[in-house]
Ligand binder design. Sequence first.
Ligand code: PRX
Length: 651
Amino acid sequence: MSESSLENLYHEGRAFPPPDAFAAQANVSDDGVYEQAAKDPEAWWAQQAEHLRWTTPWEQVLEWNPPHAKWFVGGQLNIADNCLDRHLEAGRGDRVAYYWEGEPADERRTITYAELHEEVCRFANVLKARGVGKGDRVAIYLPMIPELPVAMLACARIGAIHSVVFAGFSSQALADRIDDADARLVITADGANRRGNTIGLKEAVDAGIERAESDRVSTVIVVNRTGTDVDMVDGRDVWWHDVMDGASADCPAEPMDAEDVLYILYTSGTTGKPKGIVHTTGGYLTQTTATHRLTFDLKPETDVYWCAADIGWVTGHSYIVYAPLANGATSVMYEGTPDFPDKDRFWDIVDRYDVSILYTAPTAIRAFMKWGTEYPERHDLTSLRVLGTVGEPINPEAWMWYHRHIGGESAPIVDTWWQTETGGHMITPLPGITHARPGSAMTAFPGIDARVVDIEGKEVGNGEGGYLVIAKPWPSMLRTIWGDDQRYRDTYWSRFGPDTYFAGDGAKLDEDGNIWLLGRVDDVMNISGHRLSTTEVESALVDHPSVAEAAVVGRADDLTGQAISAFVTLRGTHEPSEDLEAELKAHVAEVIGKIARPAEIYFTPDLPKTRSGKIMRRLLKQISEGSDLGDATTLANPDIVNALQQAARGR
Ligand code: PRX
């Protein structure tokens, strides 16, 4: 927990109630909802589940055998049916599902619910024709193009389990995920657009399949996105447009059990091996749709909603694909970066589509702040009525900037705390009720029992800090870790007993009992709102022939929240040099993905260790942040610390 977040907290007395006019039209404006949901959470969630179309009603809302939950036991539904067919049947087929905008500014597509339905059905038939059926795993490695939600929904329609791998990850990361989930089919594109250049995706898939231990991948379906030259492997690789050509648009949705697996999504834990987080069907869709409706005050008939995340992360799964479509919303989906061709791209999009709800990350807001107000000022942003953030704590200054310069001082801001594991929002303001404090995620969503406890698991009082836990099961919770239920138990349900979920975040209650998130308490870093484990990056470094030992810490960074500082000891005759530093950075990017590239590497003959040989990460973090070290005399090798401090000052 950094001292600055505690300090911010001390000074933050401002509160922003919803404007009266907003509260008057809000989907929920009576704070009695919290008490009602707390009194009978199962009844509350059942009420939310009624918004969906169930083909078989559930018999029991919750079956809780800690740490395993089943929600809506006996119920059946299909998610693609909920996202598509029922809207068509209700006469909403002409409503726009996505305004898709490519990174090249002249590429735009408007996709209605009816059109999306047709593409999904056809692609579902393509998958079936390739032998994919219920329970089979499909890896998806695509940029932000419409084929990505089409592929996900087609899997959901036939009961196949998708594993979306962020297209910025390396071929090695893809190989690991193909192996772990034992995927038999991969969907990709020839390339992706990035700031006017193209990045090869198909070649990464070829390398990934080559590196994977499994030889089960029998089909690779390739979208022609960038016109990049690719090698098509005979008998394995097919073009999306070829296989879609002539595929029937008639594909009934497979009835799925509420607890059937919808997807696996990998996220970093405290060890090098990413965890395959498993989400199921009924509870997941219940909570994601309920939060989407209430946290954002969604009015599907009139709002234009834009979640500016990438579908490769959980935010995109839940709040670009599943919840908005199931709620019948009209969304913007944008392929590119916020600064292409210029730094006003986001505001241009908001202006052009009259976006009314915008959901983005603090790291993006800090970049906008740095670029200056001239960019938003070029555009009319008055359509915006709700603003959201997710992924990391938002600094009060960034919150205030968002409020003033984007929200016109009137749009409520919802700072939503949740995780890949939680599937949907857990702690967030409700925009028609909450008197939001800049920097605080405020209150558990109705029906969620979030608490802050001390090391013994005892609840702390107002004004005190500790560990964030969730004391009751929730519908969109992860069900297990793919192939490793023991790790599921050990990671989340052992620290405070088998019925208390340990989130891995520090938190503090303010004088009024509002929740302030203080960052991770384990070895997980948060770079621009994305999780990476220190071990993962260390393993990538040690994988290089010149490296003997490596330690990695997430240091505070103004823009990205945290940045990676690496401390490296070289093998034998290898000498530190700028070239080697660049090579190691590139190596990490190659093994994991660009997002994991260290900001700086310190070469050191030894790492500061305790006498029992444990690397002192706290000290490394302080060194990289240039903060006061306190007592380092208990170390086995105190001289190293002085040398590193000097090196850090020299940077
Ligand atoms: O540390 C918390 C931080 O992001 C972690 C979850 O990361 P991930 O699974 O990648 O999901 C990110 C998108 C849901 C959490 O353990 N985090 C997420 N949202 C917030 C946050 N920290 C503070 N405030 C938030 N609103």
